[in-house]
Design a protein around this ligand. Structure first.
Ligand SMILES: NC(=O)c1ccc[n+]([C@@H]2O[C@H](COP(=O)([O-])OP(=O)(O)OC[C@H]3O[C@@H](n4cnc5c(N)ncnc54)[C@H](OP(=O)(O)O)[C@@H]3O)[C@@H](O)[C@H]2O)c1
Length: 262
């Protein structure tokens, strides 16, 4: 692998790496020379993703994990270090999305969203940090959301979890500053993935309209006139994973296509 690649010789664990934004980030990482481990719950989807990424010629490992489970997260980090030799970059992209009007939000569903979208990154960051501190270099990249910056209707649990993730990013960044480890978040707007297809369908049901009507309304708010592509999150993640961003920590960067509030 050429030494000119920006992540040559680096090792990364990407949760939610089987699909969507996680896959887009893993793809950008392997193109820049990194060895990666993709982790998610569905083994078949992981195998398909592994096959697609293998062409880049770096090492691509896969592992099943349920990020809402602390023991599963601890086991994953241990396995990633064993398989990749060391673990320098953690991307927390795995998440679920359950939209409901606030008064209809069951406590169990609220719990599931928080356990996956906020406690998952908490467990994994705690599991990996001692190793990164030992290396004297590391990167934690949390995939938050515009939903971590402001309110949205009918998705209180998701927004609470993403606000929490922005806060976790700041706090862990402060406690690790100066160690060689940085902790930053990407806050995407609307990125065309399976999650967005489900978003359109479920919000259409809640609002008694069609998915296409919701899509058109959302497109009106995109200054760039389109939704984002997962590869665009990949480009920003490569920057955050590389030594070029050594001086940046605790940040939550909006990547939202110039979202308008109309
Ligand atoms: N798409 C957007 O517009 C958008 C906007 C802002 C923020 N985001 C954030 O970006 C991240 C990725 O979203 P996406 O759009 O790529 O979603 P997606 O297409 O639904 O992919 C979600 C990924 O997370 C994995 N996952 C879900 N629950 C898991 C669990 N308990 N343990 C391990 N893996 C789990 C899924 O794999 P399995 O199904 O196999 O478990 C899948 O790989 C999320 O954090 C999301 O909140 C997305």
């Amino acid at each position: 692998m050429s030494a000119q690649l920006r992540l040559a010789g680096r090792t990364a664990l990407v949760t939610g790496g089987s699909r969507g934004i996680g896959f887009g980030i893993a793809e950008a990482f392997v193109k820049e020379g990194a060895d990666v481990m993709l982790a998610a719950t569905n083994l078949q989807k992981l195998r398909e993703a592994q096959e697609r990424l293998a062409k880049a010629g770096t090492r691509v490992e896969i592992a099943e994990v349920d990020v809402s489970d602390r023991a599963s997260c601890n086991g994953l980090v241990k396995r990633a270090i064993e398989k990749l030799g060391k673990l320098e970059i953690l991307v927390n992209s795995a998440a679920i999305y359950i939209p409901r009007p606030f008064l209809e939000y069951a406590a169990d569903d609220f719990d599931r969203v928080l356990k996956t979208n906020l406690y998952g990154p908490f467990h994994l960051s705690q599991a990996v940090l001692p190793h990164m501190l030992g290396l004297g270099w590391g990167r934690i990249i949390n995939i938050a959301s515009t939903a971590g910056k402001w309110a949205s209707k009918n998705q209180s649990a998701y927004n609470v979890a993403k606000h929490g993730l922005v806060g976790l990013t700041r706090c862990v960044a402060l406690e690790t500053a100066g160690t060689g480890v940085t902790v930053n978040a990407i806050c995407p707007g609307i990125v065309q993935t399976d999650l967005v297809d489900r978003f359109l369908q479920e919000h259409a049901e809640i609002s008694h309209t069609t998915p296409d009507a919701i899509r058109q309304a959302l497109l009106q708010r995109q200054s760039i006139g389109r939704f984002l592509d997962p590869s665009e999150c990949g480009h920003l993640a490569v920057y955050l994973a590389s030594p070029e961003s050594d001086g940046m920590t605790g940040q939550s960067l909006l990547l939202d296509g110039g979202m308008l509030f109309v």
